[in-house]
Ligand binder design. Structure first.
Ligand SMILES: C[S@@+](CC[C@H](N)C(=O)[O-])C[C@H]1O[C@@H](n2cnc3c(N)ncnc32)[C@H](O)[C@@H]1O
Length: 234
Protein backbone atom coordinates (compact mmCIF):
# COMPACT_ATOMS: atom_id res chain seq x y z
CA UNK A 1 0.00 0.00 0.00
CA UNK A 2 1.35 3.46 -0.85
CA UNK A 3 1.84 5.94 1.94
CA UNK A 4 -0.45 8.90 2.48
CA UNK A 5 0.62 12.53 2.19
CA UNK A 6 0.97 14.92 5.12
CA UNK A 7 -0.29 18.44 4.36
CA UNK A 8 0.82 21.25 6.66
CA UNK A 9 -1.97 23.76 6.27
CA UNK A 10 -1.77 27.40 7.32
CA UNK A 11 -5.28 28.57 8.18
CA UNK A 12 -4.48 32.28 8.62
CA UNK A 13 -4.88 34.25 11.83
CA UNK A 14 -8.60 34.24 12.59
CA UNK A 15 -11.22 34.75 9.93
CA UNK A 16 -12.19 31.62 8.00
CA UNK A 17 -12.48 33.81 4.88
CA UNK A 18 -8.74 34.44 4.97
CA UNK A 19 -7.89 30.81 4.28
CA UNK A 20 -6.41 30.18 0.84
CA UNK A 21 -8.26 28.34 -1.92
CA UNK A 22 -5.60 25.64 -1.82
CA UNK A 23 -6.03 25.14 1.93
CA UNK A 24 -9.80 24.77 1.52
CA UNK A 25 -9.47 22.44 -1.48
CA UNK A 26 -6.94 20.27 0.34
CA UNK A 27 -9.18 19.89 3.38
CA UNK A 28 -11.75 18.24 1.10
CA UNK A 29 -9.25 15.50 0.17
CA UNK A 30 -7.83 14.39 3.52
CA UNK A 31 -8.90 11.49 5.71
CA UNK A 32 -7.58 12.75 9.03
CA UNK A 33 -7.13 16.27 10.40
CA UNK A 34 -4.59 16.77 13.14
CA UNK A 35 -5.28 19.63 15.47
CA UNK A 36 -2.28 20.59 17.60
CA UNK A 37 -2.88 21.77 21.14
CA UNK A 38 -0.47 22.89 23.80
CA UNK A 39 -2.64 21.60 26.62
CA UNK A 40 -5.51 19.17 26.61
CA UNK A 41 -8.00 21.72 27.91
CA UNK A 42 -7.20 24.49 25.42
CA UNK A 43 -9.60 24.96 22.50
CA UNK A 44 -7.93 24.92 19.11
CA UNK A 45 -8.18 28.24 17.31
CA UNK A 46 -6.86 26.68 14.07
CA UNK A 47 -9.70 24.14 14.13
CA UNK A 48 -12.29 26.86 14.78
CA UNK A 49 -11.01 28.80 11.72
CA UNK A 50 -11.01 25.77 9.39
CA UNK A 51 -14.29 24.29 10.65
CA UNK A 52 -16.59 25.74 7.94
CA UNK A 53 -14.53 23.88 5.31
CA UNK A 54 -14.13 20.53 7.07
CA UNK A 55 -16.33 17.92 5.41
CA UNK A 56 -18.43 15.60 7.54
CA UNK A 57 -16.93 12.22 8.31
CA UNK A 58 -13.31 13.34 8.46
CA UNK A 59 -11.48 12.01 11.51
CA UNK A 60 -10.33 14.78 13.84
CA UNK A 61 -7.28 13.88 15.89
CA UNK A 62 -6.20 16.31 18.62
CA UNK A 63 -2.51 15.97 19.42
CA UNK A 64 -0.94 17.54 22.48
CA UNK A 65 2.42 19.25 22.20
CA UNK A 66 3.39 20.03 25.79
CA UNK A 67 5.04 23.42 26.28
CA UNK A 68 7.06 22.48 29.35
CA UNK A 69 10.67 23.30 30.19
CA UNK A 70 11.54 19.61 30.75
CA UNK A 71 13.10 18.54 27.42
CA UNK A 72 12.63 14.84 28.24
CA UNK A 73 8.86 15.27 28.47
CA UNK A 74 8.86 17.24 25.22
CA UNK A 75 11.02 14.70 23.38
CA UNK A 76 8.87 11.83 24.56
CA UNK A 77 5.73 13.64 23.36
CA UNK A 78 7.37 14.40 19.99
CA UNK A 79 8.34 10.77 19.54
CA UNK A 80 4.80 9.60 20.34
CA UNK A 81 3.24 12.21 18.04
CA UNK A 82 5.59 11.34 15.20
CA UNK A 83 4.75 7.68 15.56
CA UNK A 84 1.01 8.38 15.70
CA UNK A 85 1.09 10.50 12.52
CA UNK A 86 3.43 8.01 10.80
CA UNK A 87 1.05 5.13 11.61
CA UNK A 88 -1.83 6.92 9.83
CA UNK A 89 0.33 7.78 6.80
CA UNK A 90 1.45 4.13 6.62
CA UNK A 91 -2.21 3.15 6.23
CA UNK A 92 -2.25 5.19 2.99
CA UNK A 93 -4.37 7.95 4.53
CA UNK A 94 -3.85 11.63 3.75
CA UNK A 95 -3.39 13.79 6.81
CA UNK A 96 -3.76 17.54 7.34
CA UNK A 97 -1.90 19.29 10.13
CA UNK A 98 -3.61 22.62 10.89
CA UNK A 99 -1.56 25.56 11.95
CA UNK A 100 -2.45 29.14 12.85
CA UNK A 101 -1.22 31.82 10.41
CA UNK A 102 1.59 30.47 8.25
CA UNK A 103 3.11 27.04 8.98
CA UNK A 104 6.72 28.19 8.49
CA UNK A 105 6.46 31.17 10.80
CA UNK A 106 6.85 30.48 14.56
CA UNK A 107 4.85 27.30 14.36
CA UNK A 108 4.87 23.84 15.94
CA UNK A 109 4.44 22.46 12.43
CA UNK A 110 8.15 22.92 11.69
CA UNK A 111 9.03 20.18 14.18
CA UNK A 112 6.50 17.86 12.59
CA UNK A 113 7.83 18.75 9.14
CA UNK A 114 11.42 18.00 10.13
CA UNK A 115 10.49 14.76 11.87
CA UNK A 116 8.40 13.35 9.02
CA UNK A 117 9.88 14.78 5.84
CA UNK A 118 12.72 12.29 5.41
CA UNK A 119 10.31 9.35 5.43
CA UNK A 120 7.02 10.68 4.10
CA UNK A 121 5.75 12.99 1.38
CA UNK A 122 5.01 16.31 3.03
CA UNK A 123 3.41 19.35 1.37
CA UNK A 124 3.20 22.73 3.05
CA UNK A 125 0.40 25.13 2.20
CA UNK A 126 1.16 28.69 3.26
CA UNK A 127 -1.25 30.84 5.23
CA UNK A 128 -1.57 34.55 5.90
CA UNK A 129 0.60 35.39 8.91
CA UNK A 130 -1.14 37.27 11.70
CA UNK A 131 1.00 40.40 11.43
CA UNK A 132 0.12 40.95 7.77
CA UNK A 133 -3.58 40.49 8.45
CA UNK A 134 -3.21 43.12 11.19
CA UNK A 135 -1.49 45.54 8.79
CA UNK A 136 -4.36 45.28 6.30
CA UNK A 137 -6.98 45.57 8.99
CA UNK A 138 -5.35 48.67 10.46
CA UNK A 139 -4.40 50.20 7.10
CA UNK A 140 -0.79 50.40 8.28
CA UNK A 141 1.92 49.42 5.79
CA UNK A 142 4.58 47.28 7.49
CA UNK A 143 7.32 48.26 5.04
CA UNK A 144 7.81 51.16 2.67
CA UNK A 145 10.83 52.07 0.56
CA UNK A 146 13.99 51.40 2.61
CA UNK A 147 12.26 50.59 5.90
CA UNK A 148 14.10 48.02 7.97
CA UNK A 149 11.46 45.73 9.43
CA UNK A 150 12.07 43.54 12.42
CA UNK A 151 9.86 40.72 13.55
CA UNK A 152 10.50 40.21 17.20
CA UNK A 153 9.28 37.49 19.56
CA UNK A 154 8.85 39.14 22.96
CA UNK A 155 10.31 35.92 24.37
CA UNK A 156 13.79 37.05 23.20
CA UNK A 157 16.21 38.22 25.90
CA UNK A 158 15.86 41.91 26.92
CA UNK A 159 19.29 42.87 25.47
CA UNK A 160 18.31 41.56 22.01
CA UNK A 161 14.92 43.26 22.27
CA UNK A 162 16.58 46.56 23.07
CA UNK A 163 19.21 46.29 20.31
CA UNK A 164 16.65 45.73 17.56
CA UNK A 165 14.01 48.10 18.87
CA UNK A 166 16.69 50.82 18.87
CA UNK A 167 17.46 50.45 15.13
CA UNK A 168 14.30 49.24 13.39
CA UNK A 169 12.02 51.54 11.39
CA UNK A 170 9.13 49.15 11.64
CA UNK A 171 8.48 46.53 14.30
CA UNK A 172 6.26 43.51 14.51
CA UNK A 173 6.20 42.22 18.08
CA UNK A 174 4.78 38.75 18.61
CA UNK A 175 4.12 36.68 21.75
CA UNK A 176 3.72 39.99 23.59
CA UNK A 177 2.00 38.38 26.56
CA UNK A 178 5.33 36.97 27.73
CA UNK A 179 7.08 40.20 28.66
CA UNK A 180 4.75 43.14 28.36
CA UNK A 181 6.50 45.34 30.99
CA UNK A 182 9.83 45.06 29.09
CA UNK A 183 8.21 45.74 25.71
CA UNK A 184 6.29 48.71 27.10
CA UNK A 185 9.42 50.17 28.68
CA UNK A 186 11.48 49.82 25.47
CA UNK A 187 8.75 51.20 23.18
CA UNK A 188 8.48 54.20 25.51
CA UNK A 189 12.26 54.67 25.77
CA UNK A 190 12.71 54.61 21.96
CA UNK A 191 9.76 56.90 21.20
CA UNK A 192 7.58 54.22 19.61
CA UNK A 193 4.79 53.78 22.13
CA UNK A 194 2.49 56.43 20.58
CA UNK A 195 2.68 54.83 17.12
CA UNK A 196 2.16 51.31 18.41
CA UNK A 197 -1.10 49.40 18.04
CA UNK A 198 -1.87 45.97 19.44
CA UNK A 199 -4.56 43.58 18.28
CA UNK A 200 -5.51 40.53 20.31
CA UNK A 201 -7.26 37.58 18.65
CA UNK A 202 -7.51 39.36 15.28
CA UNK A 203 -10.39 38.09 13.18
CA UNK A 204 -11.89 36.03 16.01
CA UNK A 205 -15.25 36.87 17.58
CA UNK A 206 -13.60 38.29 20.71
CA UNK A 207 -10.97 40.41 18.91
CA UNK A 208 -9.69 43.45 20.83
CA UNK A 209 -7.81 46.50 19.55
CA UNK A 210 -5.54 48.65 21.74
CA UNK A 211 -4.40 52.03 20.43
CA UNK A 212 -3.17 53.57 23.69
CA UNK A 213 -0.47 51.14 24.75
CA UNK A 214 0.93 53.51 27.35
CA UNK A 215 -2.33 53.07 29.27
CA UNK A 216 -2.00 49.29 29.52
CA UNK A 217 -0.73 48.52 33.03
CA UNK A 218 2.52 46.57 33.45
CA UNK A 219 0.71 43.76 35.20
CA UNK A 220 -2.04 43.42 32.55
CA UNK A 221 -2.72 39.83 31.52
CA UNK A 222 -2.43 40.02 27.73
CA UNK A 223 -3.97 37.40 25.51
CA UNK A 224 -1.59 34.82 24.01
CA UNK A 225 -2.74 35.81 20.52
CA UNK A 226 -1.62 39.45 20.65
CA UNK A 227 0.63 41.23 18.17
CA UNK A 228 1.96 44.80 18.15
CA UNK A 229 2.81 46.86 15.07
CA UNK A 230 4.96 49.94 15.69
CA UNK A 231 6.61 52.37 13.30
CA UNK A 232 9.18 55.12 13.68
CA UNK A 233 8.38 58.41 11.99
CA UNK A 234 11.52 59.49 10.13
C1 LIG B 1 3.12 30.54 17.82
S1 LIG B 1 2.99 32.11 17.03
C2 LIG B 1 2.10 31.68 15.58
C3 LIG B 1 2.39 32.60 14.43
C4 LIG B 1 1.65 32.18 13.16
N1 LIG B 1 2.23 30.98 12.59
C5 LIG B 1 1.59 33.29 12.11
O1 LIG B 1 1.99 33.05 10.96
O2 LIG B 1 1.12 34.39 12.44
C6 LIG B 1 1.79 32.87 18.04
C7 LIG B 1 1.83 34.37 17.92
O3 LIG B 1 1.27 34.77 16.67
C8 LIG B 1 0.55 35.99 16.81
N2 LIG B 1 -0.85 35.73 16.43
C9 LIG B 1 -1.35 34.62 15.88
N3 LIG B 1 -2.66 34.73 15.61
C10 LIG B 1 -3.01 35.98 16.00
C11 LIG B 1 -4.24 36.70 15.99
N4 LIG B 1 -5.36 36.16 15.54
N5 LIG B 1 -4.23 37.97 16.46
C12 LIG B 1 -3.11 38.55 16.93
N6 LIG B 1 -1.92 37.90 16.98
C13 LIG B 1 -1.87 36.64 16.53
C14 LIG B 1 0.71 36.41 18.27
O4 LIG B 1 1.81 37.29 18.35
C15 LIG B 1 1.00 35.09 18.97
O5 LIG B 1 1.70 35.25 20.19
Amino acid sequence: MSQGVLYGIGVGPGESGLMTVRAVETLKTVDVIIVPRTEKKQESVAFHIAKPYIPEGVTIMPIVFPMVPDMRIQEEAWKENREAIGAILNQGKNVAFLTLGDPMFYSTYMYVYRALTPTYQVETIPGIPAFLALASQLGRPVAEQEDVVTVLPATADPETLEKVIAVSDSLVIMKVYKSWPTIKKLLTQYGLIDSAVMISRAGLPDEERFTDLAAIPDDAKLNYLSTILAKRNR
